[in-house]
Design a protein around this ligand. Sequence first.
Ligand SMILES: *Cc1c(COP(=O)(O)O)cnc(C)c1O
Length: 244
Amino acid sequence: MAYSSALGTSIDPADISIPAGLLPHDGRFGSGPSKVRAEQLDALVALNPGYLGTSHRQSPVKKHVAHLRSGLRELFALPDGYEVILGNGGSTAFWDAATFGLIEQSAQFASFGEFGAKFASAASAAPHLGPQTVRKSEPGSAAYFETQTGIDAYCSPHNETSTGVAISPTRVPNSGDALILIDATSAAAALPVDLSQVDAYYFGPQKAFGADGGLWVALMSPAALERIARINASGRWTPASLQH
Ligand SMILES: *Cc1c(COP(=O)(O)O)cnc(C)c1O
């Protein structure tokens, strides 16, 4: 297929080649997993005698988790009552945790690329939930929330990694006590956010934080914590690994 350039000439994309000097040194794409620097690995190795290989239930690791939680609390200037929650399995595991512990019955998903669609399909497949709503838009644009009765959680990526489209998370007018759940995996620490507008701001550390993948972190509002406690107390069956 031929495209017209601004100069009016016709260009076949197959004829475009990126000059070797502009190619990345490795194959990572813009907001995808970031490079883990050799200095980071050296720092990890230096921790070895007292840290790696000790039980993750013992104090060296517990202290490290506490350090991480207080650092994130400070970095994001968490509003009163918000908590830093973390778990293993990356943002993908957070979607499962939210499907059991945060969505009461029906959520509305803004889906405008690969990642927003994934959470929507995890919740849509859950037999214990009611019908889910997905608001789609073409890749390259953003789908926004729309007030809808019966919705108890509104879910969107902050930055849709697959297209680079970012939104400004804000509460949905007249949405009662519905929660706002924002996937910030490729946005956290890179885009501004007003956390008072969000109930769960969650991410893996492998993108803007320049760390390795495999963790999820969620900055949660009192309303989100209260929702988790309420669903837990309601007797909904939840896998033991997702109970706290
Ligand atoms: C990379 C990415 C994910 C997947 O994160 P994992 O930690 O690998 O599960 C989810 N959402 C967004 C927006 C991402 O960019």
